[in-house]
Design a protein around this ligand. Structure first.
Ligand code: PMP
Length: 295
């Protein structure tokens, strides 16, 4: 076991130590980035929204025309076994399926005799330290250089990798992706904006990943009567925002308090996490402790 990956991992029907898990260098995941993935958070050994994650996995597999190697119940068995074997109560389960390894390199799909590669492992759920959350994080904006099916959770993540690296090199936690003057999402997160007490969320289109956390935020907003508009957000609105947050299964809700070196927000909240985000974080924690941890 590494401190990050629990043993055993799952690979093609077997549970085995990470050190013993191997795939062909001709695997299309390696050659082409031809595959899909999912990340499922686990709280108190309960997989959060596993059905929704497996549904999104299926939608992505359908989107790249790859048959799911496992039925839903078999995936659940894999996930539950990884959770039970790992030493942590809060975890992150990673699933990946690629189009497998042919005996040659050819862009077009391999023959049906080539079976997909299915891989999964558990790691500890790394949460944001309280002091970082209290301060918020810095972000930059970058042009969105990705393809036109960002709704698919595919492993070809080069544009996301380069965007995130650009952020890290500037001492920032995230890169916000702007396409034609519109805010889409972060390199590995969805982005919400608050203006005049109204929560704004970019709509689910083919240019944004439909986050499972994004759905939870919309549900919590509806449940608690938080004013919400799901619509496109312009770069101008982003820069004039009272609050900006990033959300994901592992980051939960994290305030972005500096954007391109400028403080986010106005008046006494400028450059600090704002009240709507703080409230949403509290609703999210309550939801996690009452629903997610209890199952
Ligand atoms: N957008 C992108 C590009 C992502 O990679 C992720 C997940 N890391 C998200 C949004 C958030 O999705 P989720 O809430 O399901 O983690």
């Amino acid at each position: 076991m590494t401190p990050y990956v629990a043993d055993p991992v799952y690979l093609n029907g077997q549970f085995l130590p990470l050190a013993a898990a191997g795939i062909s260098p001709l695997d299309r995941g390696f050659l082409y980035g031809d595959g899909v993935y999912e990340v499922i958070p686990v709280y108190s050994r309960r997989a959060f929204r596993i059905d929704e994650h497996l549904k999104r996995l299926q939608a992505t597999l359908d989107g790249i025309k790859l048959a799911n190697p496992l039925p839903v119940d078999a995936w659940k068995e894999v996930v539950f076994k990884l959770i039970a074997s790992a030493p942590w109560d809060d975890q992150s389960i990673y699933l990946q399926v690629t189009r497998g390894a042919d005996d040659k390199r050819d862009h077009a799909f391999p023959p049906a005799t080539v079976t997909p590669t299915a891989f999964a492992f558990a790691s500890p759920l790394v949460t944001t330290p309280a002091e970082v959350r209290a301060r918020g994080v810095a972000a930059i904006t970058v042009p969105d250089l990705r393809w036109s099916r960002c709704d698919l959770k595919v492993i070809s993540l080069l544009a996301n990798v380069l965007a995130r690296q650009q952020a890290v090199e500037q001492g920032c936690a995230e890169a916000l992706l702007l396409r034609d003057g519109w805010l889409k999402e972060g390199a590995a997160s969805n982005i919400f904006v608050v203006r005049d007490g109204v929560l704004l969320a970019p709509p689910k289109t083919q240019l944004m990943l439909p986050g499972i956390t994004y759905d939870v935020i919309l549900e919590l907003a509806a449940q608690h009567g938080q004013a919400l508009e799901v619509r496109e957000i312009s770069e101008t609105e982003l820069r004039a925002a009272d609050e900006v947050w990033m959300t994901s299964s592992t980051k939960e809700i994290l305030a972005i308090t500096t954007l391109d070196g400028q403080p986010v927000g106005h008046g006494k909240n400028a450059g600090r996490p704002g009240p709507v985000g703080e409230q949403m974080w509290q609703w999210y924690q309550d939801f996690k402790n009452t629903v997610m941890r209890k199952g």
